[in-house]
Write a protein that binds this ligand. Structure first.
Ligand code: ATP
Length: 767
């Protein structure tokens, strides 16, 4: 294929169809295959007709050819589709089409679109943030000038003649217009043919058009995933469909970055399996496990719209097909008569418990400092001793909390013997020898003592006792009667290994592992010591030899291309600093159509003289962006990675009478619903925003000293840990945004280092 000639009608169609934005859709995958010259050319859209011969391809829409504008991609000269991976090729093609539209309509260019003044050239840098940031596409805006002028067609053509990473002098460079001339000579014939085709198939054409238009739009609802099951069919990507319809008997891991529809697909898969069982008159009891009570409520609410058969309202004791939605704690309580009352239970995702746990740990550290440190001191490694001596109890608390939750409770099940042999985390407390572990374990025991003294349990306590009861002959006999035929687990990255090992005991048949689960490791806070995503499968399945099937999503539905790029820059910066930091956004694409992009805003970073002025400005930005994005107040989130900033924002909202609804648990959809009723903006710490989505997100205090948090600690271990978690939190907070993201900081502090990549690539502007 020497060239591809696309008319302006086809360009408009290709930028507005959601299915052309990602290779996860069959249409997107076919399109990129065709562009790369693999097989016959194919574009599935009612409005577009294409012609192919040995020379090239014409992608056209009906109309008078002389009135149209054309993009001619010279494939021979530019090699544009043979240099990049498929997903990147599609992204660069889509960005090219958008740039062409702007060149034709004198639109406003962004930082990656450059018209070279004094020349007839333009250059596009489609990947300003990533490994391919130097990749560019060169366009001649006035190809075959004289020849086209004679035929009254000057200004009707753009010619893509070069791509790659090397620069050149645009003023001197001359694009070869041989292929353009060939294509030009064929246009009258091609459009005569189209005219015939359109009149022959006008009825079919219309029908197809409707289908395409449907797909191009967003789901007609303001709430995520709130559409009945049947309506999702035509909106799904190939990958989503593949996951939803995959065989039930085997373990299946679904991975993908934020906003790719993991939760939605897990819900649809569960309903699909239950509906199939009902149709075939088979018994099927399904279990959907969420990480916290708040996300359980959110999923139950979504199910009430998606699932018209009301599987979740059915009683599994009397119905053959039913669904139970549980948290790990409620599951253990129901099955193992471990009922503990709400006041006894420490919910990791709730503000009160978090504060309480940190307080207990701080007290445990302080008491160990007084009573145990002197006897351990000479045996401790220099690094741990140095850290302990040079750091305050308050600054040490998050490091100990992480070690306790991930390793002592998470991996070792509170057993010192197992903990002793656990490999240390790369980014956290520096644990170098057995004495280090012994000392940390003493702090842990003190913490555990405090919980016991106050008669409180956390999830780990419940799970550890549960596992003991699950591996007994009594449960093995009950399992056949009470176990589940299908188990779905959302947000697996938030569970620790200890917890993951419980789930496979709940399947009805011990031989089969009908478990499906979703993962985005980058959303877990801090180094969890996972080697890769397959560690989740091993922990869940409980057997290293059983391989889970896997599906990866790359089409990001939630966020605009700019916001996706920004999130990618945060993960890329984390991955550069920390060997174990997962960059799950690589190779993903935003599915925003040109219509969605109309509401999208550039990402801004603004500086203020002090905190007070910044807090007030947060509300001004929120109001401004909600107007620009045509949103309502509850569709706006103000958040921060710092507890103190949240307190400051709260006081300002009270003092200035700007009512807000406050999130104090992770993914608390009920609070968001209250905000909807009250017409309030939502305010909450970054730890509580996971699982939610907003049109506008304002992140306050993204400056030095706060992101990452720098206490008094000088120690490099604690700094690395805080930097690691700041990357996770900033990614989670930013990826909640659909159309607009605004970042605020204090001038004297300067912007956070985490913004360096994004700033250097001009992904952020001052507003
Ligand atoms: N095929 C699709 N067509 C249109 N919208 C979709 C599609 N798939 C998912 N979405 C939308 O994308 C958004 C994100 O979905 P969801 O919350 O399930 O993603 P997620 O991957 O679980 O995100 P996170 O990891 O951030 O929690 C939702 O608004 C959902 O309705």
């Amino acid at each position: 294929m020497k060239y591809i000639c696309i008319d302006d009608g086809a360009v408009a169609e290709l930028v507005s169809g959601r299915q052309f934005q990602s290779i996860d859709f069959e249409e997107g995958a076919d399109l990129i295959k065709s562009l790369s010259g693999i097989g016959a050319f194919m574009v599935k859209s009612g409005r577009i007709t294409h012609f192919q011969d040995s020379d090239g391809v014409f992608v056209c829409t009906a109309g008078a050819w002389k009135k149209k504008k054309y993009l001619l991609i010279d494939c021979e000269q530019s090699q544009i589709f043979s240099q990049l991976p498929k997903s990147d090729s599609l992204v660069s093609f889509q960005k090219l089409l958008r740039f062409c539209t702007k060149l034709w309509t004198n639109g406003v260019y962004n930082h990656s679109e450059k018209v070279i003044s004094g020349t007839s050239k333009a250059v596009l840098f489609p990947f300003n943030y990533s490994a391919n940031s130097g990749f560019r596409i060169a366009i001649e805006r006035e190809p075959a000038k004289e020849r086209l002028a004679k035929r009254d067609m000057h200004g009707h053509f753009l010619l893509v003649y070069k791509s790659g990473t090397s620069g050149a002098d645009s003023a001197k460079e001359i694009a070869n217009d041989g292929n353009l001339k060939k294509a030009f000579d064929r246009l009258p014939d091609i459009y005569r043919e189209i005219q015939k085709t359109v009149s022959d198939t006008s009825v079919i054409g219309d029908g197809n058009q409707l289908a395409t238009t449907d797909l191009g739009g967003s789901p007609p609802t303001s709430r995520p995933a709130h559409l009945p099951f049947e309506h999702w069919g035509p909106l799904l990507t190939n990958q989503q469909r593949k996951f939803i319809q995959a065989p039930v008997e085997t373990a299946h891991r679904l991975q993908g970055p934020a906003g790719t529809g993991k939760t939605l697909s897990l819900i649809l898969r569960t309903i699909h399996i239950l509906r199939t069982a009902e149709k075939k008159k088979r018994t099927c009891h399904a279990l959907l496990v969420t990480h916290s009570e708040a996300t359980r409520e959110a999923i139950q609410n979504t199910l009430s719209v998606v699932d018209h058969a009301h599987f979740q309202d059915r009683d599994r004791r009397t119905e053959a097909v039913a669904l139970s939605v549980e948290t790990l704690a409620s599951l253990c309580a129901n099955f193992l008569s471990q009922s503990i009352s709400e006041t006894e239970f420490i919910d990791r995702d709730a503000q009160d418990s978090k504060v309480l746990q940190e307080l207990y740990i701080e007290q445990a550290i302080s008491s160990s400092r007084k009573s145990d440190f002197s006897s351990f001191k000479k045996h401790l490694s220099g690094e741990l001793r140095g850290l302990f001596e040079g750091t305050s109890d308050t600054d040490l608390a998050p490091l100990f909390q992480h070690e306790i939750s991930v390793l002592i409770k998470g991996r070792a099940g509170e057993s010192f013997d197992i903990y002793k042999n656990c490999p240390s985390l790369s980014f956290g407390l520096p644990v170098r020898n057995e004495a280090d572990k012994g000392f940390i374990f003493t702090v842990f025991q003190k913490y555990q003592g405090q919980l016991a003294a106050n008669s409180q349990f956390d999830t780990d306590d419940v799970v550890i006792s549960a596992v003991g009861q699950l591996d007994t002959p009594i449960w093995r006999r009950r399992r056949d009667r009470e176990g589940y035929d299908f188990i779905a687990i959302d947000e697996t990255h938030l569970f620790n290994i200890n917890e993951l090992q419980v789930f496979h005991h709940f399947s009805r048949d011990a031989e089969h592992l009908p478990i499906s689960f979703t993962v985005d490791q980058a959303q877990a806070v801090g180094d969890r010591g996972w080697d890769d995503a397959s560690a989740f499968s091993e922990a869940l399945v409980g057997d290293e030899t059983v391989k889970a099937n896997e599906t990866t999503f790359t089409a990001v539905f939630r966020s605009s291309p700019d916001i996706r790029d920004f999130c990618h820059s945060v993960l890329a910066s984390g991955a550069t600093l920390f060997s174990s930091f997962p960059n799950t956004l690589s190779g993903s694409q935003s599915t925003f159509t040109r219509d969605d992009e109309r509401r999208s805003q550039v990402i801004t970073y603004d500086e203020y003289p002090d905190d007070e002025t910044m807090f007030e400005a947060a509300f001004v930005h929120a109001e401004d962006l909600l107007k620009k994005t045509e949103s309502t107040r509850p569709e706006v989130l103000i958040t921060s990675l710092s507890e103190d900033v949240i307190k400051g924002l709260r006081s300002i909202s009270e003092a200035k009478n700007k009512p807000v609804t406050i999130l104090d648990r992770r993914g608390d959809y009920v609070r968001v619903e209250q905000a909807e009723k009250a017409g309030h903006i939502v305010l909450g710490h970054a730890d509580f925003v996971g699982g939610l989505e907003f049109n506008v997100v304002v992140i306050v205090g993204v400056d030095k000293g706060r992101v990452p948090f720098e206490g008094e600690a000088e120690d490099s271990n604690s700094r690395s840990f805080l930097s690691y978690v700041a990357h996770n939190r900033l990614y989670v907070a930013a990826s909640r945004a659909k159309y607009a993201l605004s970042l605020l900081g204090v001038k004297s502090r300067g912007p956070s280092k985490l913004l360096d990549v994004a700033r250097s690539q001009q992904l952020i502007k001052a507003s």
